[in-house]
Design a protein around this ligand. Structure first.
Ligand code: ATP
Length: 590
């Protein structure tokens, strides 16, 4: 997707990396570059976990420890060859990450980073206490990597191994982010239950990214062990964990290549400060950490997304997603025949303590209808909406979808049944393109997993998902904005984008939560025209709305709530003339 303006500098950097060890550079440059490469691997994992997924971890150094100690023990005590221990080190990283992730990613807010801090410290002390791991002395005599008779003993030889792994890992991470699984991970930043409502398994996406970050850190540890050929617990301490996080954040928390940039910046600066500071202030204490802290504060003030986006500004690229004409069509649900009951709300009740927010409300949405749920502020419309979509649980009564009760089902499961929704406060991912935002809606219609995505084996399915997203954008009239960041759109367009995302689910019924709120008159008219067009195509719609004039000309059926109770139910004209409605809601304006 990147233009030649980015390709050429990338090629220059790659060639420089390749020839550098052959040039007469001081050996410590190579040592420094090796350390940067190893740190970059951990930072790439952190970019996925923290930058993209929004899960902050201070504990990644511990996973390096697992990778390093696995190979150290197996090669020194059990005679394994180093290459054989590579999959084992990665597997140990993944196996430890799995239970730790299960506990950690459930934490929210500041408890999550605190949790990682806690196990980061605990694991470091554990490494120093176990006899098999050589306690605080560690393990020496780790064999170097070798191919045939060639042993990667020197810094400049293992340099090539390290940087091959770094580039492969970065490419793998890029591939992952540009896939169905990657979009799910990127959607985590949207927070809360929203991604569930368009089909993403949030807990699974969090665990996936946690394990991946653990595995990249274990890879770094494996390389470190064979580079140093002796290890002890110190490089796996919490202060290293903090340093890795610093690299990811300074580089550019959401950018894979920013991880390498951040690692380079932090390690080069650390080297310089360690040389310069003692002369400047006459002491050898670890003052570089103070400088890093100050640096981080300054960077976060001026470049919240880290420094990589600043670098990219010098090499602008116009990314555009090519929609493959030969992409296969995704499977589609059979549309219910007009008039079939779809949603049946039967005596639905919701109480919050003593307050009855929804008081035994019943109504129905039939296939091919637009039904409006209206009522004054606090009438219970949003609560009813949340009961149908599974965001809230019923206190009484039941809700059926196509004859089956929805009680106890998760929002994701309800979405999978064909109930797609939009949000009163739109939940888009502003940094993601309009097309990708819509493709998120089609998440459940694909099956590509992590490994397939990394190896780009799911390209046919991905093309189908993108083509479907494009079809929905064309359907709602937003096709021309497909490559624009969703955050650039006006509110009216954002609401329509959410409808396109909901349509990408291949829904049986669309649930729209106050779709006209905050829109200008012209935008409302466009929205109403779109909803009528969708109904013409056979779509069924339930909309919660405030704006009377908006619903009157649009809906087939109106349900009016007041103080949680249904006070009217019928055709718009009948409802408009209902005295109870006039009294409760319309006042003298009807
Ligand atoms: N989580 C909650 N805890 C306690 N009370 C709640 C909760 N959610 C809603 N309520 C109360 O339930 C009643 C119905 O609220 P609801 O948001 O469903 O009304 P609404 O018709 O959607 O109003 P609006 O148009 O203002 O959004 C209100 O009195 C509200 O304060």
């Amino acid at each position: 997707m990147s233009s030649s303006r980015r390709f050429i500098p990338a090629l220059v950097v790659l060639v420089l990396l390749a020839v550098l060890p052959q040039l007469p550079v001081p050996p410590f440059w190579i040592t420094l570059l090796n350390n940067i490469g190893i740190a970059s691997l951990v930072a790439i994992g952190l970019v996925l976990l923290t930058g993209v997924g929004g899960l902050t971890s201070f504990g990644q150094a511990a996973f390096c420890g697992f990778g390093a100690y696995t190979t150290a023990v197996l090669t020194t005590a059990y005679g394994f060859s180093p290459w054989m221990t590579l999959p084992l080190s990665l597997a140990v990283g993944a196996l430890i990450a799995l239970p730790l992730g299960l506990i950690t990613v459930r934490l929210s807010g500041h408890f999550l980073p605190l949790g990682t801090l806690a196990w980061g410290i605990a694991l470091y002390y554990l490494f120093g206490q176990i006899d098999l791991l050589g306690r605080h002395d560690g393990i020496a005599g780790i064999p170097p990597l070798s191919i045939g008779d060639y042993r990667f003993m020197s810094g400049s030889s293992i340099y090539y191994v390290i940087w091959t792994f770094v580039i492969l890992t970065a490419l793998a991470a890029q591939n992952l982010l540009d896939s169905r699984v990657g979009r799910a991970i990127r959607a985590l930043r949207g927070g809360g239950q929203a991604p569930e409502a368009f089909g993403v398994n949030v807990a699974r996406a969090k665990l996936t990214v946690f394990v991946l970050a653990g595995v990249t850190a274990a890879l770094a540890g494996w390389l470190y062990a064979h580079m140093q050929r002796a290890i002890n617990p110190t490089p796996f301490s919490i202060s290293m964990g903090i340093e890795y996080l610093l690299m990811a954040v300074i580089g550019g928390a959401g950018y894979v290549w920013g991880a390498i940039f951040g690692a380079s910046l932090v390690l080069v600066l650390k080297e310089l400060l360690q040389r310069l500071l003692p002369d400047l202030i006459g002491t050898t204490a670890n003052f570089e950490m103070i400088v890093f802290g100050a640096l981080l504060v300054v960077i976060l003030q001026f470049a919240r997304d880290g420094l990589w986006p600043v670098v990219l500004r010098f090499f602008p690229s116009k990314s555009s997603h090519r929609i493959r004409g030969d992409a296969p069509a995704l499977g589609k649900r059979e549309a219910p025949s007009p008039g079939t009951p779809l949603i049946r709300v039967e005596k639905a009740r919701k109480t919050f303590g003593g307050l009855v927010a929804v008081n035994d409300v019943s109504f129905e949405v039939k296939a091919g209808q637009i039904v409006g749920l209206i009522g004054p502020n606090g009438a219970g419309k949003s609560t009813t909406f949340d009961l149908i979509t599974g965001m809230n649980s019923l206190s009484g009564g039941q809700i059926l979808f196509e004859g089956k009760p929805l009680t106890g089902r998760s929002p994701r499961d309800i979405a999978r049944q064909g109930v797609a929704r939009t949000f009163q406060h739109p939940k888009i991912l502003p940094g993601m393109s309009v097309l990708e935002n819509v493709a998120l809606g089609a998440h459940q219609r694909g099956t590509g997993g992590v490994l397939q995505s990394i190896l780009r084996l799911e390209r046919t399915e991905e093309a189908a998902l993108m083509a479907e997203a494009m079809r929905q954008l064309e359907r709602v009239g937003l096709a021309e904005f497909k490559d624009r960041p969703a955050g650039d759109l006006a509110l009216g367009q954002v609401r329509i984008l959410e409808i396109a995302r909901a349509l990408a689910l291949d829904p049986v019924v669309l649930l729209l939560d106050e779709p006209a709120a905050g829109l200008r008159y012209g935008e409302k008219q466009e929205l109403a025209a779109l909803l009528k067009k969708l109904r013409g195509e056979g779509m069924s719609i339930l909309l919660v709305e405030h704006d009377m004039s908006f619903v009157m000309g649009l809906v087939d059926h109106l349900v009016v709530l007041d103080f949680g109770t249904r006070i009217a139910d019928g055709k718009p004209q009948e409802v408009r003339e209902n005295p109870a409605v006039i009294a409760a809601y319309l006042g003298g304006t009807a």
